[in-house]
Design a protein around this ligand. Structure first.
Ligand code: NAD
Length: 457
């Protein structure tokens, strides 16, 4: 066990400490989770649904507290934190319907009856990043619990507080003791133990592509199931026929929300060459007007970056440190805290600002020549998570949506996440899908049972 200090990103002060667990404590927790899962399996489907609805109500009642915790721990603007807490409630409510809908099928066969069951896996290990701590946690634990599993969850080192609170709320709502445990600690100790402990039957990992590859390799040793939600470098494609004003007005939010620390951030804006200059003219006031400041203020649109270490990484992409060309910047507060002003670059296609996932409020704007060039440029990345396209041509909207290699696309919108629709990445942005109606099935094994029926004679 060791102690870890939590820092408020808005003023760089230490405001709390948490105990990091060691391997033995993790193993004990996993054993408790396995025992709790047996008790959970003894609940009827309707009883499991009732407890998940009670969990959703407990989150609803605690929304303001969760939001304040997230704002202090992660620096999210409080209006965003409130949305996130409400989203966790909605995810739980949505999946509370699942226990009574885990439908198998009856398959016509000779000599008897054949039916399938969706059996829970047992204990599921969830490893989360620091950028959206509570929402990403809920995308894993809500469908996993609904499908009949126990969950052990390791939050990111910097941002454990809302996940710890959610575990308390689940227990108070009636989840069996040990069924949903949040285990703070480091990736190489607690996260890695989820991978190596054989009682954990599946890993849901959200984080960087580099660590995701290590997790996948580790899981292969036990043929452990794995879902990966990894990095992104998503394109926001603006065609000349689009409503340019609407596209430019929406573009800052699509990349600067959560200070760009968003796997779906549209960090490459691709603009048809004939309207490129006009688009930049429209973008500039929208970027300069983006409200960056105290995350506790209701009107703030963007807060600080999560940590000093992350700020230093993002600063490495400013011109001077790279050969990118600075177009214009917004503003950010001076003084303590991890502040970085929204930044617009106009680099070459091969610049590392265009190819790396910066995970900060930095966007590159690039011109393209025609539809084929736009698609090629959008796909010129090993990532494939999200993207947007802006056009008033319906045929083009469908053609380009089908051609862009990404899991979540929006037309004339930058919205990627709805709890009722599937979410996940192509290529090196991930493996598997979260959310949507099928998510609980990813936490089950299909079992086929044949019942022989003897002939009447
Ligand atoms: P990270 O990979 O550094 O860490 C993610 C989690 O993995 C943390 O909890 C960390 O402690 C843990 N971890 C680190 N090393 C480990 C190991 N060896 N074994 C087991 N666990 C380990 O990522 P981050 O910096 O916290 O998050 C940012 C990244 O997450 C970005 O790349 C972003 O795109 C990605 N992300 C993806 C999605 C998505 O849904 N696709 C969502 C949010 C964030």
């Amino acid at each position: 066990m060791s102690t870890f200090e939590l820092v408020n990103p808005a003023d760089a002060t230490v405001f709390e400490t948490v105990e990091h667990l060691g391997i033995e404590q993790v193993d004990d927790a996993i054993a408790r989770a396995a025992a709790a899962q047996k008790r959970w399996a003894g609940f009827s489907p309707a009883e499991r649904a009732d407890v998940l609805r009670a969990f959703a109500s407990a989150v609803d009642a605690d929304r303001e507290n969760l939001a304040q915790l997230e704002t202090r721990n992660s620096g999210h603007p409080v209006s965003q934190s409130r949305w996130e807490a409400g989203h966790v409630r909605d995810v739980l409510t949505y999946y509370s319907a699942a226990p009574e809908r885990m439908l198998g099928v009856q398959i016509p066969v000779a000599g008897g009856i054949d039916v399938t069951f969706h059996e829970p896996l047992g204990v599921v290990g969830i490893i989360t990043p620091w950028n959206f701590p509570m929402t990403i946690a809920s995308w894993g634990f809500a469908p996993a619990l609904a499908a009949g599993n126990a969950v052990v969850l390791k939050p990111a080192e910097w941002t454990p507080l809302t996940s710890l609170r959610l575990a308390e709320l689940g227990l108070s709502a009636g989840l069996p003791e040990g069924l949903f445990q949040v285990l703070p600690g480091t990736g190489p100790v607690v996260g890695d133990r989820f991978v190596t402990n054989e009682t954990v039957r599946k890993i849901v990992f959200t984080g960087s592509t580099a660590v995701g590859k290590q997790i996948m390799a580790g899981c292969s040793r036990q043929v452990k199931r794995v879902t990966l939600e990894l990095g992104g470098k998503s394109a926001n494609i603006v065609f000349a026929d689009a409503d340019l004003e609407a596209a430019a007005l929406a573009a800052p939010g699509a990349v600067f929300e959560n200070a760009g620390q968003d796997c779906c951030a549209r960090s490459r804006i691709l603009v048809e060459r004939t309207v490129y200059d006009r688009f930049l003219e429209l973008l500039e006031p929208a970027v300069r007007g983006y409200r960056v400041g105290d995350p506790a203020q209701e009107s703030t649109e963007m807060g600080p970056l999560v940590s000093a270490a992350h700020l230093a990484k993002v600063e490495g992409y400013l011109p001077g440190a790279s050969d990118a060309t600075l177009a214009f910047r917004g503003t950010a507060p001076d003084g303590p805290g991890f502040w970085f002003a929204p930044t617009v670059l106009t680099p070459d296609r091969t610049d590392r600002a265009v190819t790396d996932e910066i995970f900060g409020p930095v966007v590159s704007v690039l011109p393209f020549d025609d539809e084929a060039d736009a698609i090629a440029l959008a796909n010129a990345t090993s990532y494939g998570l999200s993207g947007s396209l802006w056009t008033n041509d319906l045929g083009r909207a469908i053609r380009v949506s089908r051609a862009v290699e990404a899991g979540n696309l929006s037309v004339n919108s930058n919205s990627s996440v709805r709890y009722s629709t599937p979410f996940g990445g192509f290529k090196q942005s991930g493996l598997g899908r979260e959310l949507g109606p099928d998510a609980p099935l990813a936490f089950t094994e299909t079992k086929n049972v044949f019942l022989a029926i003897p002939d009447a004679s």
